[in-house]
Design a protein around this ligand. Sequence first.
Ligand code: SAH
Ligand code: SF4
Ligand code: F3S
Length: 440
Amino acid sequence: MKKLYIQTLGCQMNKSDSERIAGILSEHNYIETDNEKEADLLIINTCSIRQLSADKAYSQLGVWGKMKKNRPNIKIGICGCVAQQDKANIRKRAPYVDLIFGTHNIYELPELIKRIENDEKVCSITNNPVIKDQNDFKIIRKDSVNAWIPIIEGCNKFCTYCVVPFTRGRERSRFPKEILKEAQNIIKEGFKEITLLGQNVDSYGKDLGDKDITLANLLRELNKLEGDFRIRFVTSYPSDITDDLIDAVDECEKVCKYFHIPMQSGNSRILKEMNRRYTKEQYYEIVSKIRKRFENVTITSDFIAGFPSETEEEFQDTLDAIDELELDYSNTAAYSPREFTKAGRMVDKFIPENIKYERLERLNEKNREVCLKSNEKFTGKVLKVLVEGKTEKEGKITLNSRADNNKIVHFESNQYNIGDFVNVKITKAQTWCLYGEPVE
Ligand code: SAH
Ligand code: SF4
Ligand code: F3S
Protein backbone atom coordinates (compact mmCIF):
# COMPACT_ATOMS: atom_id res chain seq x y z
CA MET A 1 0.00 0.00 0.00
CA LYS A 2 1.06 3.59 -0.61
CA LYS A 3 1.35 6.08 2.22
CA LEU A 4 -0.82 9.14 2.70
CA TYR A 5 -0.06 12.14 4.90
CA ILE A 6 -2.83 14.68 5.54
CA GLN A 7 -2.30 17.98 7.28
CA THR A 8 -5.53 19.62 8.42
CA LEU A 9 -5.94 23.33 9.12
CA GLY A 10 -9.11 25.20 10.08
CA CYS A 11 -12.36 24.20 11.66
CA GLN A 12 -13.95 20.93 12.73
CA MET A 13 -15.66 20.67 9.35
CA ASN A 14 -12.21 20.40 7.77
CA LYS A 15 -11.14 17.83 10.37
CA SER A 16 -14.23 15.83 9.57
CA ASP A 17 -13.57 16.13 5.83
CA SER A 18 -10.02 14.85 6.36
CA GLU A 19 -11.39 11.75 8.10
CA ARG A 20 -13.58 11.16 5.07
CA ILE A 21 -10.67 11.73 2.66
CA ALA A 22 -8.53 9.23 4.60
CA GLY A 23 -11.42 6.77 4.57
CA ILE A 24 -12.02 6.98 0.83
CA LEU A 25 -8.32 6.74 0.00
CA SER A 26 -7.89 3.75 2.32
CA GLU A 27 -10.08 1.83 -0.12
CA HIS A 28 -7.84 2.89 -2.99
CA ASN A 29 -4.52 1.62 -1.76
CA TYR A 30 -3.50 4.46 0.59
CA ILE A 31 -2.75 3.99 4.28
CA GLU A 32 -2.34 7.04 6.51
CA THR A 33 1.01 7.89 8.10
CA ASP A 34 2.03 10.48 10.70
CA ASN A 35 5.43 10.85 9.08
CA GLU A 36 5.41 13.16 6.08
CA LYS A 37 8.92 12.03 5.10
CA GLU A 38 7.70 8.57 4.16
CA ALA A 39 4.51 9.67 2.39
CA ASP A 40 3.81 8.99 -1.30
CA LEU A 41 0.89 11.40 -1.29
CA LEU A 42 0.81 14.61 0.77
CA ILE A 43 -2.47 16.48 1.11
CA ILE A 44 -3.08 19.77 2.86
CA ASN A 45 -6.67 20.53 3.82
CA THR A 46 -6.75 24.30 4.07
CA CYS A 47 -8.60 27.14 5.78
CA SER A 48 -9.14 30.60 4.39
CA ILE A 49 -10.95 32.32 7.26
CA ARG A 50 -8.08 34.76 7.83
CA GLN A 51 -5.10 35.73 5.69
CA LEU A 52 -2.81 34.04 8.19
CA SER A 53 -4.55 30.68 7.71
CA ALA A 54 -4.29 30.95 3.92
CA ASP A 55 -0.59 31.94 4.15
CA LYS A 56 0.07 28.85 6.27
CA ALA A 57 -1.24 26.66 3.47
CA TYR A 58 1.06 28.19 0.87
CA SER A 59 4.11 28.05 3.10
CA GLN A 60 3.48 24.33 3.76
CA LEU A 61 3.17 23.74 0.02
CA GLY A 62 6.53 25.49 -0.36
CA VAL A 63 8.16 23.04 2.07
CA TRP A 64 6.66 20.05 0.25
CA GLY A 65 7.72 21.52 -3.13
CA LYS A 66 11.33 21.43 -1.92
CA MET A 67 10.89 17.84 -0.72
CA LYS A 68 9.65 16.92 -4.19
CA LYS A 69 12.91 18.10 -5.76
CA ASN A 70 14.71 15.24 -3.98
CA ARG A 71 11.83 12.77 -4.30
CA PRO A 72 10.14 13.58 -7.63
CA ASN A 73 7.77 10.63 -7.30
CA ILE A 74 5.79 12.06 -4.41
CA LYS A 75 2.43 13.63 -5.20
CA ILE A 76 1.20 16.85 -3.59
CA GLY A 77 -2.47 17.72 -3.14
CA ILE A 78 -4.38 20.68 -1.75
CA CYS A 79 -8.05 20.82 -0.81
CA GLY A 80 -10.36 22.73 1.50
CA CYS A 81 -11.31 26.39 1.54
CA VAL A 82 -8.14 27.86 -0.03
CA ALA A 83 -8.40 25.36 -2.89
CA GLN A 84 -12.07 26.20 -3.41
CA GLN A 85 -11.20 29.90 -3.48
CA ASP A 86 -7.96 30.03 -5.48
CA LYS A 87 -8.65 27.04 -7.78
CA ALA A 88 -6.07 26.44 -10.54
CA ASN A 89 -4.39 29.76 -9.65
CA ILE A 90 -2.68 27.80 -6.89
CA ARG A 91 -0.31 26.46 -9.57
CA LYS A 92 0.91 29.98 -10.32
CA ARG A 93 2.41 30.04 -6.83
CA ALA A 94 3.05 26.32 -6.47
CA PRO A 95 3.51 24.72 -9.91
CA TYR A 96 4.58 21.40 -8.39
CA VAL A 97 1.08 20.73 -7.00
CA ASP A 98 -0.42 17.58 -8.58
CA LEU A 99 -3.96 17.68 -7.25
CA ILE A 100 -6.31 20.53 -6.40
CA PHE A 101 -9.83 19.65 -5.27
CA GLY A 102 -12.59 21.74 -3.75
CA THR A 103 -14.79 21.38 -0.70
CA HIS A 104 -17.51 19.68 -2.82
CA ASN A 105 -15.22 17.24 -4.63
CA ILE A 106 -14.16 14.80 -1.93
CA TYR A 107 -16.30 11.98 -3.27
CA GLU A 108 -14.57 12.15 -6.66
CA LEU A 109 -11.27 11.18 -5.08
CA PRO A 110 -11.12 7.59 -6.37
CA GLU A 111 -11.12 8.90 -9.92
CA LEU A 112 -8.89 11.93 -9.22
CA ILE A 113 -6.26 9.71 -7.61
CA LYS A 114 -6.06 7.48 -10.68
CA ARG A 115 -5.44 10.51 -12.84
CA ILE A 116 -2.57 11.90 -10.75
CA GLU A 117 -1.04 8.42 -10.59
CA ASN A 118 -0.87 8.62 -14.40
CA ASP A 119 1.11 11.84 -13.96
CA GLU A 120 -1.75 14.10 -14.94
CA LYS A 121 -2.04 17.50 -13.21
CA VAL A 122 -5.58 17.64 -11.87
CA CYS A 123 -7.82 20.48 -10.66
CA SER A 124 -11.41 19.63 -9.77
CA ILE A 125 -13.54 22.38 -8.28
CA THR A 126 -17.30 22.58 -8.55
CA ASN A 127 -19.78 25.02 -7.10
CA ASN A 128 -22.69 22.61 -7.41
CA PRO A 129 -22.14 19.69 -5.11
CA VAL A 130 -23.45 16.27 -6.05
CA ILE A 131 -25.56 14.97 -3.17
CA LYS A 132 -24.31 11.56 -2.11
CA ASP A 133 -25.26 9.34 0.76
CA GLN A 134 -22.08 9.70 2.77
CA ASN A 135 -22.73 6.36 4.48
CA ASP A 136 -21.61 4.69 1.26
CA PHE A 137 -18.07 5.86 1.98
CA LYS A 138 -15.60 4.74 4.59
CA ILE A 139 -14.52 7.20 7.32
CA ILE A 140 -11.34 6.83 9.35
CA ARG A 141 -12.05 8.74 12.55
CA LYS A 142 -9.06 10.19 14.37
CA ASP A 143 -10.52 10.25 17.84
CA SER A 144 -11.75 7.21 19.72
CA VAL A 145 -14.24 8.96 22.01
CA ASN A 146 -15.79 11.77 19.98
CA ALA A 147 -17.14 11.39 16.45
CA TRP A 148 -18.17 14.25 14.19
CA ILE A 149 -21.24 14.18 12.01
CA PRO A 150 -21.58 17.06 9.56
CA ILE A 151 -25.34 17.64 9.28
CA ILE A 152 -25.41 20.87 7.31
CA GLU A 153 -22.73 22.34 5.12
CA GLY A 154 -22.38 25.80 3.63
CA CYS A 155 -23.81 29.13 4.63
CA ASN A 156 -26.49 31.51 3.33
CA LYS A 157 -25.84 34.36 5.73
CA PHE A 158 -23.09 36.37 4.00
CA CYS A 159 -21.69 38.21 6.97
CA THR A 160 -19.72 41.00 5.36
CA TYR A 161 -16.34 39.89 6.74
CA CYS A 162 -16.64 36.17 6.05
CA VAL A 163 -15.36 34.01 3.22
CA VAL A 164 -17.24 30.83 4.17
CA PRO A 165 -20.27 31.35 1.86
CA PHE A 166 -17.75 31.58 -1.00
CA THR A 167 -15.73 28.53 0.00
CA ARG A 168 -18.50 26.23 1.23
CA GLY A 169 -21.38 27.34 -0.97
CA ARG A 170 -25.06 27.49 -0.03
CA GLU A 171 -26.61 25.56 2.85
CA ARG A 172 -27.17 21.87 2.25
CA SER A 173 -28.66 19.68 4.96
CA ARG A 174 -28.31 15.91 5.03
CA PHE A 175 -31.49 13.90 5.46
CA PRO A 176 -32.30 12.83 9.04
CA LYS A 177 -32.40 9.17 7.98
CA GLU A 178 -28.84 9.32 6.72
CA ILE A 179 -27.63 11.12 9.86
CA LEU A 180 -29.36 8.61 12.15
CA LYS A 181 -27.72 5.76 10.28
CA GLU A 182 -24.29 7.33 10.67
CA ALA A 183 -25.01 7.91 14.38
CA GLN A 184 -26.05 4.27 14.86
CA ASN A 185 -22.81 3.08 13.29
CA ILE A 186 -20.82 5.42 15.52
CA ILE A 187 -22.47 4.16 18.69
CA LYS A 188 -22.00 0.55 17.56
CA GLU A 189 -18.30 1.28 17.10
CA GLY A 190 -18.10 2.40 20.75
CA PHE A 191 -17.85 6.19 20.47
CA LYS A 192 -19.18 8.06 23.50
CA GLU A 193 -19.83 11.47 22.04
CA ILE A 194 -21.39 12.68 18.81
CA THR A 195 -20.81 16.27 17.70
CA LEU A 196 -23.19 17.52 15.04
CA LEU A 197 -21.41 19.99 12.79
CA GLY A 198 -22.55 22.88 10.68
CA GLN A 199 -21.29 26.35 9.86
CA ASN A 200 -24.75 27.29 11.17
CA VAL A 201 -25.87 24.07 12.75
CA ASP A 202 -29.18 25.54 13.91
CA SER A 203 -30.18 26.36 10.31
CA TYR A 204 -30.39 22.60 9.83
CA GLY A 205 -33.29 21.49 7.66
CA LYS A 206 -34.36 24.88 6.30
CA ASP A 207 -33.28 23.90 2.77
CA LEU A 208 -35.12 20.56 2.83
CA GLY A 209 -38.62 22.02 2.59
CA ASP A 210 -40.21 20.08 5.45
CA LYS A 211 -40.99 22.14 8.54
CA ASP A 212 -40.59 19.12 10.81
CA ILE A 213 -36.96 18.68 9.85
CA THR A 214 -35.19 20.89 12.39
CA LEU A 215 -32.18 20.59 14.65
CA ALA A 216 -34.55 20.30 17.63
CA ASN A 217 -36.33 17.27 16.14
CA LEU A 218 -33.05 15.71 15.02
CA LEU A 219 -31.77 15.96 18.60
CA ARG A 220 -34.96 14.26 19.79
CA GLU A 221 -34.46 11.40 17.33
CA LEU A 222 -30.79 10.96 18.19
CA ASN A 223 -31.62 11.06 21.90
CA LYS A 224 -33.84 8.00 21.43
CA LEU A 225 -30.96 5.86 20.16
CA GLU A 226 -29.90 3.32 22.73
CA GLY A 227 -26.49 3.50 24.35
CA ASP A 228 -24.37 5.44 26.77
CA PHE A 229 -23.28 8.48 24.78
CA ARG A 230 -23.76 12.23 24.64
CA ILE A 231 -24.56 14.68 21.89
CA ARG A 232 -23.20 18.14 21.07
CA PHE A 233 -23.88 20.56 18.26
CA VAL A 234 -21.78 23.48 16.90
CA THR A 235 -21.89 26.31 15.73
CA SER A 236 -25.18 28.04 16.50
CA TYR A 237 -26.22 31.27 14.80
CA PRO A 238 -27.78 33.47 17.53
CA SER A 239 -31.11 34.29 15.91
CA ASP A 240 -31.65 30.72 14.68
CA ILE A 241 -31.81 29.39 18.24
CA THR A 242 -35.53 28.73 18.55
CA ASP A 243 -37.52 28.12 21.72
CA ASP A 244 -38.15 24.64 20.38
CA LEU A 245 -34.37 24.05 20.20
CA ILE A 246 -33.97 25.16 23.83
CA ASP A 247 -36.87 22.85 24.76
CA ALA A 248 -35.25 19.95 22.92
CA VAL A 249 -31.90 20.48 24.67
CA ASP A 250 -33.80 20.49 27.96
CA GLU A 251 -35.85 17.37 27.18
CA CYS A 252 -33.02 15.24 25.83
CA GLU A 253 -30.85 13.87 28.60
CA LYS A 254 -28.08 12.90 26.16
CA VAL A 255 -27.73 16.42 24.78
CA CYS A 256 -25.04 18.51 26.47
CA LYS A 257 -26.11 21.75 28.10
CA TYR A 258 -23.63 23.80 26.13
CA PHE A 259 -24.11 26.48 23.47
CA HIS A 260 -21.50 28.00 21.19
CA ILE A 261 -23.14 31.17 19.87
CA PRO A 262 -20.73 33.64 18.24
CA MET A 263 -21.76 37.23 18.93
CA GLN A 264 -18.90 38.84 16.90
CA SER A 265 -19.45 42.33 18.36
CA GLY A 266 -21.27 43.82 21.34
CA ASN A 267 -22.38 46.87 19.37
CA SER A 268 -25.55 46.95 17.28
CA ARG A 269 -24.20 49.34 14.63
CA ILE A 270 -21.19 47.10 14.02
CA LEU A 271 -23.45 44.03 13.98
CA LYS A 272 -25.47 45.71 11.25
CA GLU A 273 -22.30 46.56 9.29
CA MET A 274 -21.35 42.90 9.66
CA ASN A 275 -24.79 41.89 8.32
CA ARG A 276 -25.43 39.87 11.46
CA ARG A 277 -29.19 39.48 11.76
CA TYR A 278 -29.62 40.41 15.41
CA THR A 279 -29.01 43.39 17.67
CA LYS A 280 -27.07 43.47 20.89
CA GLU A 281 -30.39 43.37 22.79
CA GLN A 282 -31.64 40.32 20.90
CA TYR A 283 -28.41 38.48 21.66
CA TYR A 284 -28.75 39.37 25.36
CA GLU A 285 -32.30 38.01 25.26
CA ILE A 286 -31.17 34.65 23.87
CA VAL A 287 -28.41 34.30 26.45
CA SER A 288 -30.77 35.18 29.27
CA LYS A 289 -33.33 32.62 28.08
CA ILE A 290 -30.69 29.87 28.05
CA ARG A 291 -29.20 30.82 31.42
CA LYS A 292 -32.66 30.79 33.02
CA ARG A 293 -33.41 27.33 31.72
CA PHE A 294 -30.25 25.38 32.54
CA GLU A 295 -28.31 25.24 35.75
CA ASN A 296 -24.70 24.50 34.85
CA VAL A 297 -24.91 25.63 31.24
CA THR A 298 -21.96 27.33 29.54
CA ILE A 299 -22.21 29.75 26.66
CA THR A 300 -19.19 30.47 24.49
CA SER A 301 -18.73 32.94 21.69
CA ASP A 302 -16.47 34.38 18.97
CA PHE A 303 -15.47 38.04 18.65
CA ILE A 304 -13.68 40.07 16.00
CA ALA A 305 -11.56 43.06 17.06
CA GLY A 306 -11.16 46.02 14.75
CA PHE A 307 -13.89 45.43 12.17
CA PRO A 308 -13.75 48.28 9.58
CA SER A 309 -15.03 51.57 11.05
CA GLU A 310 -15.23 50.23 14.64
CA THR A 311 -14.69 53.11 17.10
CA GLU A 312 -13.09 52.82 20.52
CA GLU A 313 -16.54 53.21 22.15
CA GLU A 314 -18.02 50.50 19.97
CA PHE A 315 -15.15 48.20 20.84
CA GLN A 316 -15.78 48.98 24.49
CA ASP A 317 -19.35 47.65 24.01
CA THR A 318 -17.83 44.29 23.11
CA LEU A 319 -15.78 44.20 26.31
CA ASP A 320 -18.88 45.20 28.29
CA ALA A 321 -20.99 42.50 26.64
CA ILE A 322 -18.49 39.80 27.60
CA ASP A 323 -18.67 41.02 31.19
CA GLU A 324 -22.40 41.51 31.39
CA LEU A 325 -23.26 38.22 29.71
CA GLU A 326 -20.64 36.40 31.79
CA LEU A 327 -19.60 34.50 28.69
CA ASP A 328 -17.74 31.39 29.66
CA TYR A 329 -15.12 31.53 26.91
CA SER A 330 -14.61 33.27 23.58
CA ASN A 331 -12.53 32.70 20.47
CA THR A 332 -11.04 36.00 19.42
CA ALA A 333 -9.42 37.35 16.26
CA ALA A 334 -8.27 40.58 14.72
CA TYR A 335 -10.29 41.44 11.62
CA SER A 336 -8.61 40.13 8.48
CA PRO A 337 -9.79 41.45 5.08
CA ARG A 338 -10.90 38.63 2.76
CA GLU A 339 -11.23 38.48 -1.00
CA PHE A 340 -14.82 38.56 -2.40
CA THR A 341 -16.29 39.91 0.85
CA LYS A 342 -18.06 43.24 1.28
CA ALA A 343 -16.04 44.35 4.30
CA GLY A 344 -12.85 43.49 2.43
CA ARG A 345 -13.72 46.37 0.09
CA MET A 346 -14.23 48.96 2.89
CA VAL A 347 -10.55 49.85 2.56
CA ASP A 348 -10.96 53.48 3.61
CA LYS A 349 -12.54 52.30 6.88
CA PHE A 350 -9.88 49.75 7.84
CA ILE A 351 -8.58 50.10 11.39
CA PRO A 352 -4.78 50.56 11.59
CA GLU A 353 -2.96 47.31 12.46
CA ASN A 354 -1.52 48.62 15.73
CA ILE A 355 -4.96 49.63 17.04
CA LYS A 356 -6.52 46.36 15.85
CA TYR A 357 -3.93 44.26 17.68
CA GLU A 358 -4.09 46.44 20.78
CA ARG A 359 -7.88 45.83 20.85
CA LEU A 360 -7.32 42.12 20.34
CA GLU A 361 -4.96 42.08 23.31
CA ARG A 362 -7.59 43.79 25.51
CA LEU A 363 -10.21 41.35 24.23
CA ASN A 364 -7.97 38.43 25.17
CA GLU A 365 -7.32 39.93 28.60
CA LYS A 366 -11.08 40.27 29.18
CA ASN A 367 -11.59 36.72 27.97
CA ARG A 368 -9.01 35.37 30.43
CA GLU A 369 -10.68 37.29 33.23
CA VAL A 370 -14.24 36.04 32.57
CA CYS A 371 -13.02 32.53 31.85
CA LEU A 372 -11.41 32.28 35.28
CA LYS A 373 -14.54 33.73 36.87
CA SER A 374 -16.67 31.20 35.00
CA ASN A 375 -14.42 28.33 36.11
CA GLU A 376 -14.52 29.50 39.72
CA LYS A 377 -18.33 29.18 39.65
CA PHE A 378 -17.89 25.44 39.43
CA THR A 379 -15.64 24.82 42.43
CA GLY A 380 -17.46 22.63 44.91
CA LYS A 381 -19.89 21.39 42.27
CA VAL A 382 -20.12 17.87 40.86
CA LEU A 383 -19.88 17.64 37.06
CA LYS A 384 -20.37 14.56 34.91
CA VAL A 385 -17.31 14.28 32.68
CA LEU A 386 -16.22 12.05 29.82
CA VAL A 387 -12.60 10.89 29.94
CA GLU A 388 -10.80 11.74 26.70
CA GLY A 389 -7.15 11.23 27.50
CA LYS A 390 -4.63 10.01 30.00
CA THR A 391 -1.18 11.24 31.06
CA GLU A 392 1.22 9.40 33.32
CA LYS A 393 3.96 11.15 35.26
CA GLU A 394 6.07 9.70 38.07
CA GLY A 395 3.59 6.87 38.54
CA LYS A 396 0.62 9.23 38.86
CA ILE A 397 -2.17 8.94 36.33
CA THR A 398 -4.03 12.09 35.38
CA LEU A 399 -7.22 11.75 33.38
CA ASN A 400 -8.14 14.53 30.99
CA SER A 401 -11.84 14.92 30.54
CA ARG A 402 -14.59 17.27 29.43
CA ALA A 403 -17.76 18.05 31.33
CA ASP A 404 -21.17 18.12 29.74
CA ASN A 405 -20.83 21.94 29.58
CA ASN A 406 -17.52 21.61 27.69
CA LYS A 407 -15.27 22.57 30.63
CA ILE A 408 -11.93 20.79 30.64
CA VAL A 409 -11.47 18.83 33.88
CA HIS A 410 -8.33 17.03 35.06
CA PHE A 411 -8.38 14.51 37.87
CA GLU A 412 -6.11 11.84 39.27
CA SER A 413 -7.35 8.28 39.30
CA ASN A 414 -6.24 4.81 38.29
CA GLN A 415 -9.79 3.50 38.41
CA TYR A 416 -11.13 4.94 35.19
CA ASN A 417 -10.30 4.78 31.51
CA ILE A 418 -10.64 6.74 28.30
CA GLY A 419 -14.32 6.65 27.30
CA ASP A 420 -15.69 6.44 30.86
CA PHE A 421 -18.31 8.82 32.23
CA VAL A 422 -17.34 9.89 35.75
CA ASN A 423 -18.85 12.24 38.35
CA VAL A 424 -16.12 14.61 39.46
CA LYS A 425 -16.22 17.08 42.32
CA ILE A 426 -14.41 20.27 41.30
CA THR A 427 -11.74 21.30 43.79
CA LYS A 428 -9.72 23.92 41.91
CA ALA A 429 -10.26 26.38 39.07
CA GLN A 430 -7.67 27.86 36.76
CA THR A 431 -8.13 30.12 33.73
CA TRP A 432 -8.38 27.35 31.12
CA CYS A 433 -9.27 24.25 33.14
CA LEU A 434 -10.69 22.72 36.28
CA TYR A 435 -9.29 20.12 38.68
CA GLY A 436 -11.30 17.69 40.74
CA GLU A 437 -11.68 14.27 42.29
CA PRO A 438 -14.04 11.45 41.36
CA VAL A 439 -17.06 10.89 43.58
CA GLU A 440 -19.47 7.94 43.70
N1 SAH B 1 -20.74 30.37 11.33
C1 SAH B 1 -20.17 30.88 12.50
C2 SAH B 1 -18.71 31.26 12.33
C3 SAH B 1 -17.81 30.52 11.41
S1 SAH B 1 -16.27 31.26 11.07
C4 SAH B 1 -20.94 32.10 12.93
O1 SAH B 1 -21.71 32.62 12.19
O2 SAH B 1 -20.77 32.57 14.01
C5 SAH B 1 -15.45 31.19 12.64
C6 SAH B 1 -15.06 32.51 13.22
O3 SAH B 1 -14.03 33.12 12.48
C7 SAH B 1 -16.16 33.56 13.21
O4 SAH B 1 -17.03 33.39 14.25
C8 SAH B 1 -15.41 34.86 13.26
O5 SAH B 1 -15.27 35.31 14.60
C9 SAH B 1 -14.05 34.51 12.69
N2 SAH B 1 -13.86 35.17 11.40
C10 SAH B 1 -14.53 34.97 10.25
N3 SAH B 1 -14.10 35.80 9.28
C11 SAH B 1 -13.13 36.56 9.84
C12 SAH B 1 -12.29 37.62 9.34
N4 SAH B 1 -12.40 38.04 8.08
N5 SAH B 1 -11.41 38.17 10.18
C13 SAH B 1 -11.31 37.76 11.46
N6 SAH B 1 -12.06 36.77 11.98
C14 SAH B 1 -12.97 36.17 11.18
FE1 SF4 C 1 -19.43 33.20 8.03
FE2 SF4 C 1 -21.51 34.54 8.88
FE3 SF4 C 1 -21.86 32.26 7.59
FE4 SF4 C 1 -20.87 32.28 10.05
S1 SF4 C 1 -22.92 32.92 9.45
S2 SF4 C 1 -20.09 31.09 8.32
S3 SF4 C 1 -19.64 34.11 10.07
S4 SF4 C 1 -21.03 34.12 6.75
FE1 F3S D 1 -11.73 27.77 7.58
FE2 F3S D 1 -13.25 26.82 5.69
FE3 F3S D 1 -13.65 26.10 8.18
S1 F3S D 1 -12.49 28.88 5.81
S2 F3S D 1 -13.01 27.88 9.32
S3 F3S D 1 -11.88 25.66 6.99
S4 F3S D 1 -15.20 26.43 6.64
